[in-house]
Design a protein around this ligand. Structure first.
Ligand code: NIG
Ligand code: FE
Length: 422
């Protein structure tokens, strides 16, 4: 029996080609008035048409009252670090007092502090913490979440993290995409004799990547390629091994300082290059030529108190497809509120509302290699949807920091329902 979602004030379809949208295409979110959606029993979109036509075509279908709200494709959050233990609120004040992000890491805080904490926890503990946090992402309309490992930094704890992601993917009404980020930092125990950072990289390439691939635990491999973290040469070694093992590639690229990491992402044919606040003009050209998705994370720069945001306009004008993501993590972006990321996309990155919606849906899907399946409200696409209590789609980024999501669906099944309509 199909399900009909009716009585909408607007539908954001993002309908169009099933691939990353670049240039002028990024500015068309396919917003329609006066239509509803029919979902088939297989969890896919059957039809988008005026309510009257849907009722006539599907007699006896179950009806959901959209309450004159706005329905959108569920947000595709293509960059998070959602598996971690404790929150790191103390670093927020340290940064405000003038201690930089990499300086905190140099003192053994930052990622190292999350690593120390994660290694003491059981898989059950990590799964319970992450499940509660992912449900909060879902409550804001996120339906797909890429989740990285990277707070284990040992064979055993990286595998534990990825197995937790696999378990959550089976248990939660969300679509999760796992990424192996064993090269998130060089663990402290490999920084002093007798161990060396080269030995850690060998451990990542010769032990971790083969084990991850053998168990089918990740779709992507990512590296934090940044001056002071992993060099371009080290990143090339890790991602070369990942590609040989059948993983697709992502990079944390040019986040804080330029290190020609975007150029490396293009050279390696990475699916996405992420952050890019410090990308150079040659990096922009390289991404455009390679067709790599630029995943921008404006919440991170906001939370770190940095004024330089990624050059989103220059990227779009150069023909680079731009995606937006939360970077949800305990150090640099502890937000679960994807609509707030849309707000920052418009107010900080100077995207149009339509460009921001496409960045959060179709281009997020492309950043995960899923543009043929999700990110659009169009016949044949998976019914991953979010309903908001607003009349115009531009109100979703406008009421910044608010909570307007009232329901969501993943594969046509309810994923989130607000207790009371807000
Ligand atoms: O995307 N840059 C590296 N990784 C995360 C931060 C991780 C952390 O501080 O715990 C990021 O910003
Ligand atoms: Fe990140």
């Amino acid at each position: 029996m199909p399900t009909l979602i009716l009585n909408l004030s607007q539908l954001v379809t993002c309908a169009g080609p099933a691939r990353a949208r670049r240039g002028a295409e990024q500015g068309d979110a396919g917003v329609r008035d006066g239509v509803g959606v029919a979902i088939g029993d297989d969890g896919r979109i059957l039809d988008v048409a005026p309510d009257r036509e849907l009722r006539a075509a599907h007699p006896g279908a179950e009806e959901v009252d959209g309450g004159q709200g706005v329905l959108t494709p569920g947000w595709v959050d293509s960059h998070t670090h959602a598996i971690f233990g404790r929150a790191r609120y103390e670093e927020q004040e340290l940064r405000a007092a003038g201690v930089g992000y990499l300086e905190i890491a140099r003192r053994g805080g930052g990622i190292h502090s999350s690593v120390r904490d994660l290694r003491t926890r059981t898989a059950d503990d990590l799964a319970a913490l992450a499940a509660a946090r992912l449900q909060r992402l879902a409550a804001h309309g996120t339906t797909t979440v890429e989740v990285k490992s990277g707070y284990g930094l040992s064979l055993e704890s990286e595998l534990t993290t990825l197995r937790v992601i696999r378990r959550l993917a089976a248990d939660l009404p969300l679509r999760l995409v796992p990424t192996f980020l064993g090269a998130h930092e060089v663990p402290l125990e490999y920084r002093e004799a007798p161990r060396t950072r080269d030995e850690y990289i060998a451990c990542v390439t010769e032990e971790m990547i083969p084990a991850v691939a053998a168990e089918g635990l990740a779709r992507f491999c990512d590296v934090f390629c940044e001056p002071g973290v992993y060099t371009v040469d080290e990143t090339r070694r890790v991602l070369g091994a990942a590609r040989a093992a059948g993983l697709a590639l992502k990079l944390h690229a040019d986040e804080l300082e330029n290190g020609a990491a975007a150029e490396l992402a293009a050279e390696l044919g990475a699916t996405s290059a992420d952050h890019l606040a410090a990308i150079s003009e040659s990096g922009v050209r390289a991404l455009s030529a390679a067709g790599t998705v630029a995943t921008l994370l404006p919440g991170t720069m906001l939370f770190l108190g940095r004024t330089r945001q990624a050059p989103a306009r220059a990227l779009i004008e150069a023909g680079v497809p731009v995606a937006l993501a939360s970077d949800f993590n305990p150090g640099t972006s502890p937000t679960v509120n994807f609509p707030l990321v849309l707000t920052l996309g418009i107010s900080q990155l100077r995207l149009s509302a339509a460009e921001a919606f496409v960045a959060a849906t179709v281009n997020g899907a492309a950043a995960l290699g899923l543009a043929k399946t999700i990110g659009q409200v169009a016949p044949g696409f998976e019914a991953d949807l979010a309903l908001f209590n607003v009349r115009d789609h531009r109100e979703i980024p406008y009421w910044y920091g608010d909570h307007r999501c009232v329901r969501s669906w993943v594969r046509g099944r309810p994923a989130f329902t607000a207790l009371t309509a807000s």
